[in-house]
Ligand binder design. Sequence first.
Ligand code: HEC
Length: 173
Amino acid sequence: MIAQVVKHKVSMSIHLKPIVLLMAIFIFFWGCDYARMSEQESIRPYETSIPEMQEGTIPIKGGLQVLREMDTEDLTNPLPFNQTSFDLGKEAYGYFCVMCHGPKGDGNGTVGQSFYPLPANLMSSDVLDQADGELFYTISFGMGRMPPLAYTATEEDRWAIIHYIRSLARVSE
Ligand code: HEC
């Protein structure tokens, strides 16, 4: 009799095993409901596909590639030098340059000291003798250890910074 009960129990657990296994598999895949994940609001904007472009298409206005291929002589500062552009340049310099080139523009920024070569002294004639367009190009696309800032600072900020650097030099004269 006892043996019979034990046998019954054993056979029960054998029957249960596949059910438990099936449940485990079900719960596992229920957890990875990929279809529902793709329905989230957050990924929708990235799903829009841009229209197919013909091979060799390049932007004719505004694109960085256009700027990269320009002659620096054709680049002139579009901003007039006035209080507004000075203020903008000062603020932007504080965001994008001061840590390397220092508050006086002499290349003594705290982060900059770990660079080799050291950040340029922006008050030196090597820098100041360059035309605005050349400086704009270097600031935009970098040079050696100098990082390209076209991707971080807006075009307006970069031009205003040049006004600011020149006025710093006039003050330190
Ligand atoms: C991460 C540090 C760093 C930041 C941020 C940085 N610079 Fe520089 N910069 C350098 C270094 C380093 C050099 C020297 C590069 C070399 O000689 O290889 C340099 C060189 C220069 C030069 C000299 C180019 C030449 O023709 O000799 C100019 C101009 C300049 N930086 C302007 C700026 C301006 C303006 C900003 C802010 C918009 C800026 N830099 C932000 C590190 C930095």
